[in-house]
Design a protein around this ligand. Structure first.
Ligand code: CLF
Ligand code: SF4
Length: 503
């Protein structure tokens, strides 16, 4: 099947730092080749994550190392939140499921293999899946996430299959630190423990990174932030991987719950707070592009980041489908048409953001800083949105995107997960406690933007020092946040804070 031509979204040249979101900033210094490779990848481009979906094929059960944050009954913490993989797939099943998902979800642009073990500890299954999909759905990008131990021996094979997005989880450069994260590795038919094991793993990761960069493969580095173990050390990791040519660094919070049965969970190792995570990401950012929109998804995730449509594609449903040539060609044509449409919309948006200003024209709707606004302080705003638009009811939101809004623009800094507050049944006795948990999840935010909100949560948010705002339904996130920031400035609410309003 012939590979369709991919239109390139033009560089947002002239974009001042942060003035149209971190993704645009990230894209502005790139060559056309790199832009083409990342513009539709929901993990490598923040802007793309509003529009494009990924799917993980869970074909890799085994792992060649042990991480203290992992219990494989609960999935791969390299790339997933805790949760069992519902179905472990054979390569044949994975190929069918991928084609079924790519036919039903035209936003799907990437197939990743991220577990539940390590893809390169299961090379036959991993490469059999990639090989067949490269032939049957050549427009889908192939992506792999690995702990790096077996990476150097597979670099040639990865390059041969045109897999140009590789994630390596690198948690340390120092074996002393590594020994606190990895109790053992399985290396050359032997189990090796402690510092010696960590030293081998680190050497293999760094060698693999250098080899991939030399081949022109785009490398993202994931790091798990473990307070008191590697948090300070990750600044050095960020500098080194950037110097070696990594494209993006994704610092993720440790997930450690006793019920997951992981070493850290059982031992009570704490996870970082959202503020600690942001501070570390900010400290690393000076040296490289940081990913802020990771959802730590499952090794069998399906759909846009932050949603899971896996239940729609169980193998019994997939096996009943017919995948003839016409079916595959039509599905690919739908995907390509959607990508063209999104590219045109994004181009129009960038053109608008960088259009010359007419005399007397209001500037507040553009993502552009105003000199008069420079006195205002940064404000965290939580947004209930999908597809880049503020289109979610407060009570229906399963997550809120968190933006830091300043005089220079709105920048995504993370997300907060919530439980569904509103099930449509107003008498739900659970509502109170779920709402309380949502309020806790939004700690530190001063504004919540959503399409609609009920009377009761409105009052509770206000009492917690968070201003609800339903004035921008169906608007794009960044201009709406900036408009709210300017309203706050005008109302005199942006004087420097002396203490946090929210506990
Ligand atoms: Fe999957 Fe990873 Fe590829 Fe993305 S996920 S293999 S790069 S397609 Fe993305 Fe999920 Fe975060 Fe991974 S949000 S956990 S970074
Ligand atoms: Fe678990 Fe992934 Fe670590 Fe292997 S590399 S132990 S699957 S988190």
């Amino acid at each position: 099947m012939a590979l369709p031509t991919i239109p390139i979204i033009p560089s947002s040249g002239g974009c001042s730092a942060g003035s149209c979101g971190s993704s645009a900033t990230q894209m502005s210094g790139m060559s056309d080749d790199i832009r083409r490779r990342v513009q539709d990848h929901p993990c490598y481009s923040e802007e793309a994550h509003h529009h494009f979906a990924r799917m993980h094929a869970a074909v890799a059960p085994a792992c060649n190392i042990q991480c203290h944050y992992c219990n494989r009954k609960y999935d791969c913490a390299n790339e997933s939140r805790p949760g069992v993989v519902s179905e472990l797939l054979t390569p044949d099943q994975a190929i069918k499921k991928t084609l079924a998902v790519a036919a039903a979800i035209p936003q799907m642009s990437v197939l990743g293999i991220a577990g539940p073990g390590d893809p390169l500890a299961n090379p036959e299954r991993t490469f059999a899946t990639f090989r067949a999909l490269a032939e049957k759905a050549p427009d889908i990008k192939l992506c792999v996430s690995t702990n790096g131990l077996a990476l150097p021996e597979h670099v040639e094979e990865l390059a041969k299959h045109n897999i140009d997005h590789v994630t390596i989880t690198i948690n340390c450069l120092d074996p002393e630190v590594g020994a606190k994260i990895y109790p053992w590795i399985f290396w050359k038919n032997k189990r090796i423990f402690g510092k010696e094991a960590a030293a081998i793993l680190i050497e293999q990761q760094q060698k693999g990174l250098e080899m991939l960069v030399a081949k022109g493969v785009l490398v993202k580095v994931n790091s798990v932030m473990i307070p008191g173990v590697n948090d300070e050390h990750l600044k050095e990791v960020s500098k080194v991987v950037k110097a070696k040519g990594a494209f993006l660094h994704n610092v993720m919070p440790l997930i450690a719950e006793a019920e997951h049965g992981t070493f850290y969970g059982v031992m009570g190792q704490r996870s970082p707070s959202p503020e600690e995570l942001k501070n570390l990401q900010d400290a690393c950012e000076g040296d490289m592009n940081m990913m802020r929109h990771c959802r730590q998804c499952r090794a069998d995730a399906v759909g846009l980041l932050g949603e899971d449509r896996g239940a729609e594609f169980t193998m019994d449903k997939v096996e009943a489908m017919n995948f003839d040539e016409d079916f595959l060609a039509e599905a690919m044509a739908r995907r390509v048409a959607l990508r063209d449409k999104v590219a045109a919309e994004r181009e129009a948006k960038h053109a608008k953001a960088h259009a010359p200003q007419l005399p007397g024209q209001a500037v507040i709707t553009l993502h552009r800083p105003q000199k008069s606004a420079l006195a205002g302080r940064p404000v965290l705003m939580a947004v209930a949105a999908k597809g880049g638009l503020i289109n979610e009811h407060f009570g229906h939101a399963r997550e809120f995107l968190v933006y830091e809004v300043t005089a220079t623009g709105a920048k995504l800094i993370g997300h907060r997960k919530t439980e569904l507050y509103c099930s449509g049944d107003d008498s739900c006795g659970e509502a109170e406690s779920v709402l309380s948990r949502t309020l806790r999840a939004l700690a530190g935010c001063e504004v919540v933007l959503c399409s609609k909100i009920g009377y009761e949560p409105w009052g509770k948010l206000e009492a917690a020092g968070i201003q609800p705002n339903g004035e921008h339904p169906m608007e794009e996130i960044e201009p709406a946040c900036i408009a709210v920031w300017h309203e706050m400035l005008k109302a005199g609410k942006l004087a420097p804070k002396t203490e946090s309003k929210v506990a």
